[in-house]
Design a protein around this ligand. Structure first.
Ligand SMILES: [Zn+2]
Ligand SMILES: [Zn+2]
Length: 361
C-alpha cells in the first residue's frame, strides 16, 4: 500500500485522505465509515459515523447512544469531499457492507467481514469490481469448507428433537449478533418452544423490526416456572457458557454453532456436547471466488490466515500483499464475544495433528 494511495493504513485504521474518513477505525476519529456492527469493526468514541440504512438499529445498539450516525442505503453513492462512497451487501450479518470508494476513476473495495453462503437474515453478498480489494482471511486455509447450511440446521433440529424425547433442554451457544439469528431462522420451529439470553433477545428483536423472519422466542430471564424449559431450545451467547445462567435449565445438552467447530478438538476443549459448523465468514472456496470476481489488480489481505492466502494468490499469478490491521480481536469472533473476557482461542490442529499457525490474540 503506497503512501499516496487512495486508502492507506494508519495507526487509527484504514484511511481515505482525499475523503477525510476512516473505514472501521479502531481509535476515535472525526469521520468513521463502518462496515457492520460487530464490536471489532464498530468501535465507540468517533464523532461521526456513516453506516448502512439496513444496519442502522444494530449500529445504534452497539455504538454510544449519543453518537452522530448517518445512514446510506445499499448501492447509493455519497460524495465525501469529491470521493464517491457506496455500500454493497457483504452477506455477513444484517446490514453488513463492503465499502466501495471511488476517486478519479480509481476504485477500492473494503470488504469488511463477508460470506457467499446464502443467509435468510441478510442481503446476499454482491460482487463488486475494483482495482484494489481489501479482504479478510479469517478462514483462509484449504481445510475450511463449510457444509451446506440446510444440512447443519437439520443436525441442530435433530439434536434438539432427540434431547426433547429424553426430557432434556437443549442449550445452543451462538454469537449474539448474527449467528444466533441465523439459528433462529434455520431451526425447525415446529419442535417446541425457544428461549433466549437477554443479549440475544435484544438483537433478535432488532432483526424482527428489520423484517427478518425468525422463530418466535421468549426471554428466558422472564420465566418463573423452570419446568417450562424441559424439552425447549435455549439460545445464548458463548460467554454464558460455564456460568450460573445455565443452572435454571435443569438437565440439558449443550451445543455450539461456529466455524471453529470444524477444527478437531475445539468442541472437546470447550466441554460442549455437540458442535455445529456454522460460520458467517467465507470459507476457502468462497474467498477465492470473491477475490477472483473483483478482477482486482491488487488484493490486500487482513485477519486470520492472511500470509497463507497471500501466498496462494501469488502462486496463482495474483498480486497480493498482507495488511496488518488491528481487526485481530475478531480472530476468534465466533467463540468470543464482547461479553466474554480472557477465554482461550481454540488450539488449532489439522486432522493429522499437525499444528496450524499460531493464533494472534
Ligand atoms: Zn463481523
Ligand atoms: Zn471482523
Amino acid at each position: 500500500m503506497k503512501r499516496d494511495s487512495l486508502i492507506t493504513l494508519t495507526a487509527a485504521g484504514l484511511f481515505c485522505r482525499q475523503g477525510g474518513f476512516y473505514i472501521d477505525p479502531w481509535r476515535p476519529v472525526d469521520r468513521a465509515v463502518v462496515t457492520h456492527a460487530h464490536s471489532d469493526h464498530a468501535y465507540r468514541g468517533s464523532k461521526h459515523y456513516l453506516v448502512t440504512k439496513e444496519g442502522e438499529e444494530l449500529a445504534r445498539i452497539r455504538l454510544d447512544p449519543e453518537a452522530t450516525i448517518s445512514t446510506l442505503p445499499y448501492g447509493r453513492k455519497k460524495d465525501i469531499n469529491g470521493v464517491k462512497v457506496s455500500f454493497h451487501p457483504a452477506g455477513h450479518i444484517l446490514g453488513s457492507a463492503q465499502v466501495r470508494v471511488e476517486y478519479r476513476g480509481e476504485v477500492w473495495v473494503v470488504s469488511g467481514d463477508y460470506k457467499l453462503t446464502p443467509d435468510p437474515t441478510c442481503a446476499p453478498f454482491e460482487h463488486v469490481r475494483c482495482h484494489n480489494f481489501i479482504t479478510e482471511a479469517t478462514f483462509g486455509l484449504p481445510i475450511y469448507r463449510w457444509p451446506p447450511p440446510e444440512q447443519v440446521f437439520g443436525e441442530i433440529s435433530g439434536w434438539w428433537r432427540r434431547n426433547q424425547e429424553k426430557g432434556k433442554a437443549s442449550v445452543i451457544f451462538a454469537y449474539s449478533l448474527g449467528k444466533a439469528q441465523r439459528v433462529l431462522a434455520g431451526i425447525d420451529r415446529s419442535i417446541g418452544r425457544i428461549y433466549t439470553h437477554g443479549s440475544v433477545e435484544r438483537l433478535t428483536q432488532a432483526y424482527r423490526r428489520a423484517g427478518v423472519d425468525l422463530a418466535p422466542t421468549t426471554y428466558a430471564g422472564g420465566v418463573a416456572n423452570k419446568k417450562e424449559f424441559v424439552g425447549s431450545l435455549i439460545v445464548g451467547p458463548p460467554s454464558a457458557q460455564a456460568t450460573t445462567w445455565l443452572r435454571r435449565f435443569g438437565t440439558h445438552s449443550t451445543g455450539f454453532a461456529s466455524g471453529w467447530m470444524l477444527v478437531r478438538g475445539a468442541r472437546r476443549q470447550r466441554a460442549i456436547d455437540r458442535g455445529f459448523v456454522l460460520s458467517d465468514h467465507a470459507d476457502w472456496p468462497e474467498l477465492q471466488t470473491a477475490i477472483k470476481e473483483t478482477n482486482a489488480e491488487t488484493v490486500y489481505v487482513t485477519h486470520g490466515f492472511s500470509e497463507e492466502v497471500v501466498r496462494w494468490l501469488n502462486e496463482n499469478g495474483m498480486n497480493a500483499v498482507p495488511l496488518k490491521t488491528q481487526f485481530v480481536g475478531d480472530d476468534a469472533p465466533e467463540l468470543l464475544d464482547e461479553e466474554s473476557e480472557g477465554m482461550a482461542a481454540p488450539v488449532l490442529t489439522e486432522e493429522g495433528g499437525k499444528p496450524l499457525p499460531k493464533w494472534k490474540v
